[in-house]
Design a protein around this ligand. Structure first.
Ligand code: PLP
Length: 386
């Protein structure tokens, strides 16, 4: 059997894969088993922040692999400590819990919110409110947090204690909070899986003011939007927010599994010894990879991300067949006249890998994609949209 057949036979059918087998790559170019080359405008869903097989990333991973590839959390390892320091220094957050994925980072945030609220406001204060159309992960608890019914239907009963409200509707949130049972509100600044839908800045400001006044935690899910993706280190920085908890994963380690839950001053000491844990969380190889990514996300690099984003956006916005462009930085959603899936298929045939999100074509290229590849990919996308 070839790879397609073996995978079909033995891997659970949870992904409707394209008939393409990726075997190698360099930067924003990847190659399939037939030798065909593609410009990667998805970067593994915002994971390979510096592209595929990036040399500095490989060097950081290789160096750590030769030292120690894993150690239990009973002992200290330097990459974990240094990465937590870097995350806190750049964000003003106070402590970090490391897991292995976005869902785990959000699980951690939810546990922090529940324990904090139980201790400070009483045991009945346990509800986590999220936005309608949000996405927070696939575990039973993060599915409950996800504000999209179609993810819920087959997996009842989900973890109780979640409620959702439409973005922009502060009165709906106030109604949910009226009973004094809401511990935290968890938001995405730009809903990724929900179709690249940005939060209205005026609403974000009003939301933060209301949560401060009510002493309810503001938690931001930066799993997709984080680590330079939107042209700022974290998307909440575009909105001038001051979250109590920030979760991130995807692009953090540039291609190895790593999730982080950043805890602000108010909640930094909520967890005590034994309250939470993870065998692989804070793995030294994943943390060394993340240090290689994170230390390169300097202000001048982020300015370049914004320049690349402006170029990509200008090439696509207003073009024939493209109805709208949403998103920020190198996280763009295109509403197209043709069905998004047809556009993605045509792009693939012509050597460009794109994603969809709901009814949109979604672009999440590597943060260092060179200008010539931006122009080339945009040309292919434009002809697929016409
Ligand atoms: C992808 C994603 C998650 C889930 O991350 P996993 O690593 O797949 O568990 C959670 N929240 C957001 C906003 C995401 O985009």
């Amino acid at each position: 059997m070839n790879t397609f057949e073996t995978d079909q036979a033995y891997v659970a059918h949870t992904y409707r894969r394209f008939p393409v087998e990726i075997v190698s790559g360099r930067g924003s170019l990847v190659k399939d088993a037939a030798g065909k080359e593609y410009i990667d405008m998805g970067s593994g869903i915002a994971v390979t922040s510096f592209g595929v097989a990036d040399e500095a990333w490989i060097a950081a991973v290789e160096d750590q692999i030769h030292r120690v590839q894993h150690m239990s959390n009973l002992y200290y390892t330097e990459p974990c400590a240094r990465l937590a320091e870097a995350l806190c220094t750049r964000t003003g957050m106070s402590r970090v819990f490391f897991g292995n994925s976005g869902a785990e980072a959000n699980e951690c945030a939810i546990k922090v919110a529940r324990k904090w609220a139980a201790e400070t406001k009483g045991p009945d204060c346990s509800v986590i409110v999220t936005l309608e159309n949000s996405f927070h992960g696939r575990t039973l608890t993060t599915l409950a947090a996800t504000g999209q019914d179609h993810y819920h239907e087959l997996f009842q009963p989900l973890t109780p204690g979640f409620a959702h409200f439409p973005a922009g509707d502060l009165d709906a949130l106030k109604a949910l909070c009226a009973g004094g049972k809401v511990a935290a509100v968890l938001i995405e600044c730009i809903q990724g899986e929900g179709g690249v839908v940005p939060l209205d800045p005026a609403f974000a400001t009003a939301l933060e003011a209301y949560l401060r006044e009510q002493d309810i935690l503001l938690m931001v899910d930066e799993v997709q939007t984080g680590n330079g993706r939107t042209g700022q280190l974290y998307a909440y920085m575009n909105y001038g927010l001051h979250p109590d908890v920030v979760t991130t994963a995807k692009g953090l380690a540039g291609g190895l599994p790593l999730g982080a839950c950043l805890l602000g001053e108010k909640v930094k000491d909520v967890f005590s010894y034994g309250d939470h844990g993870s065998t692989f969380g804070g793995n030294p190889v994943a943390c060394a990879a993340a240090l290689s990514v994170f230390t390169r996300l300097t202000d001048s690099f982020l300015a370049q991300v914004r320049e690349k984003a402006a170029l990509l956006r200008s090439l696509l916005e207003g073009a024939p067949g493209i109805l709208s462009v949403t998103g920020c930085g190198l996280m763009l959603g295109l509403k197209t006249e043709k069905p998004a899936a047809d556009v993605v298929k045509a792009c693939m045939e012509n050597g460009v890998l794109c994603l969809t999100a709901k009814d949109k074509v979604r672009l999440l290229p590597a943060l260092n994609i060179p200008e010539n590849l931006i122009r080339e990919a945009a040309g292919v996308i434009l002809s697929a949209c016409r």
